[in-house]
Design a protein around this ligand. Structure first.
Ligand code: GMT
Length: 398
C-alpha cells in the first residue's frame, strides 16, 4: 500500500508514534510518505520506501496567521496525485483531518479519491477539540474520515461522549513499542559517571507541559530521596522546566536532579533507570510510560485517563490519584526498597509491554484499518458513479 502520514513532527507522543508506525509499515513493504512542515524528530535521514514531503507555508504581509491548514491540504492533494497514495493517515485531528478532507474534495473534481484515516491522540479531543473555536470543525472532520482510531479505550469513550460522533465508529488501537529497540540488555551504562552510586535512578521524560505536572515529579523525588540515596533524571524540555528547577532548589534536592534537556533517542537512558515517574493531570495513553516498561522500568503514575490501560497496579507499577505526591512517593519507596520485588516488577514490565503492545501485534491492526478505509472509499466511489449515471440524459448500453 502507499500511505501518506501527517503528524506534528516536533517532540511529543503523537509525532513519535506516527513516525514509528511509518517506519514499521515501510519495513513490511509499504511505501510511506510523511507530509508535514518539518522532518519528524524520530525519522532517520534515509530509510528504504520512506519519503518526506515538506509543507511550505507561503508568507504574505497581510497574513498575521499564515494558513498552514491550506498549505497542508495543497501538499496532500499533490502527493496523493504524484505518488498515487491509497491512504492518507492523519495523527491528531486538528488541523490534519480537516486538511485531508479538503484535499479529498479537491481530488473529487478530477474524479480521483483517497481513503482517510484519522488517529486521535489526546488533547485533540480532550482540550483543543472542545474549545468552542474548534469544536464544530473537529466533529465534522472526524465524521468525514473513512476510519477513526483512538489510542486508548479512555480516549474512545471521551470522543463519543464529547462529540457524539454519529455514523462513525471509533476503533481502539493502542500505541506500541519495537521490542528490539526498547530492550534493557542492549544499553549497559548509558548514565555511567553521571549519577551518584550507589543509589537509585528515577526518571521522567516529557515535553514539560502543564499537563505533565513536572513539579509533582520533583516533589515525589524529594520524598524518595529522604528514604534512600537517589538521583532524578529529567529528560525533555518545555514551558514548565523553570518551575521544576525552582521546586528542586526550594526542596533542597537540586544537586541530585539532572535536567538533560531534549533527547530524541530515549531507549538507552530508560534502560539505565530503576523507576519512571508520570504523575500527569491527564494522559490519553502515556507512551513514555510504555517505553519505560518495555525497558524493564516499573512506573509510578497518576491513575488519570488511559494510564491504567498501560500500567498494571502492583504488577508493573503503581497508580495513585492525580496530585497525591505523598502516596506516589510511598509507592516508589515500596518498589525500590526491596531488590527482589523490584526485579520481579522489572521482568513483568518488560514482558507485559511485549505481550500487549508489541509492534508486530499493533501494526496488523492498522493494516486492517487501512483495508477497511479502502473499502469505504470504494463504496463512496461506486455510489458517486451511480448518481452520475442516474442523471445521464440517455441510457447506457447494458
Ligand atoms: O494530546 C497531546 O497533547 C499531544 C500528544 C503528543 O503529541 O504528545 O500526546 C498524546 O498522544 C500520545 C501518543 O498517542 C499519548 O501517549 C499521550 O498520552 C497523549 N497526551 C495526552 O493525552 C496529554
Amino acid at each position: 500500500m502507499k500511505i501518506g502520514i501527517t503528524c506534528y513532527p516536533t517532540y511529543g507522543g503523537s509525532g513519535a508514534m506516527a513516525t514509528e508506525l511509518g517506519i514499521a509499515l515501510a519495513s513490511r513493504g509499504h511505501e510511506i510518505h510523511f507530509i508535514t512542515y518539518a522532518q519528524p524528530f524520530r525519522l532517520p535521514a534515509f530509510l528504504p520506501r520512506v519519503f518526506f514531503h515538506e509543507v511550505d507555508v507561503g508568507r504574505y504581509p497581510l497574513f498575521e496567521y499564515p494558513p498552514y491548514d491550506l498549505a497542508l491540504a495543497v501538499r496532500m492533494h499533490e502527493v496523493v496525485r504524484t505518488a498515487k497514495l491509497d491512504v492518507l493517515h492523519c495523527h491528531y485531528a486538528i488541523p490534519h483531518a480537516t486538511s485531508a478532507w479538503i484535499a479529498r474534495e479537491m481530488l473529487r473534481e478530477t474524479g480521483e479519491d483517497v481513503a482517510l484515516v484519522t488517529t486521535l491522540h489526546g488533547t485533540d479531543i480532550t482540550i483543543v477539540g472542545q474549545d468552542p473555536s474548534y469544536y464544530a470543525i473537529t466533529k465534522f472532520s472526524i465524521e468525514k474520515s473513512d476510519r477513526i482510531t483512538a489510542v486508548s479505550e479512555h480516549l474512545q469513550r471521551e470522543t463519543v461522549h464529547a462529540f457524539g460522533c454519529t455514523g462513525c465508529a471509533v476503533e481502539v488501537i493502542h500505541n506500541f513499542i519495537d521490542p528490539s529497540v526498547y530492550d534493557r540488555t542492549r544499553y549497559p551504562g548509558a548514565l555511567a559517571g553521571m549519577v551518584a552510586a550507589p543509589g537509585k535512578v528515577l526518571m521522567h521524560v516529557s515535553n514539560f507541559r502543564a499537563v505533565k505536572r513536572t513539579v509533582d515529579v520533583i516533589r515525589i523525588f524529594a520524598r524518595v530521596s529522604q528514604a534512600m540515596p537517589a538521583t532524578l533524571v529529567m529528560v525533555g524540555d518545555g514551558p514548565d522546566r523553570g518551575m521544576a528547577q525552582d521546586e528542586a532548589r526550594l526542596l533542597g534536592v537540586a544537586d541530585r536532579v539532572q535536567f538533560l534537556g531534549r533527547i530524541d533517542t530515549v531507549a538507552p537512558l530508560l534502560s539505565s533507570a530503576d523507576l519512571f515517574l508520570l504523575p500527569s493531570e491527564n494522559e490519553s495513553f502515556g507512551l513514555s510510560a510504555l517505553e519505560a516498561l518495555a525497558c524493564g522500568v516499573p512506573v509510578v503514575a497518576s491513575s488519570a485517563g488511559g494510564i491504567p490501560e498501560v500500567i498494571r497496579e502492583g504488577v508493573t507499577g503503581a497508580l495513585r490519584p492525580v496530585g497525591d505526591t505523598e502516596a506516589m512517593a510511598a509507592a516508589a519507596v515500596h518498589i525500590l526498597s526491596d531488590d527482589v520485588r523490584w526485579k520481579q516488577m522489572s521482568v513483568a514490565s518488560a514482558a507485559d509491554a511485549r505481550q500487549r503492545f508489541s509492534e508486530e501485534r499493533i501494526i496488523g491492526q492498522y493494516e486492517a484499518t487501512y483495508e477497511d478505509a479502502l473499502a469505504v472509499a470504494a463504496s463512496r466511489r461506486t455510489a458517486r458513479n451511480r448518481r452520475a449515471t442516474d442523471t445521464l440524459p440517455f441510457a447506457l448500453p447494458q
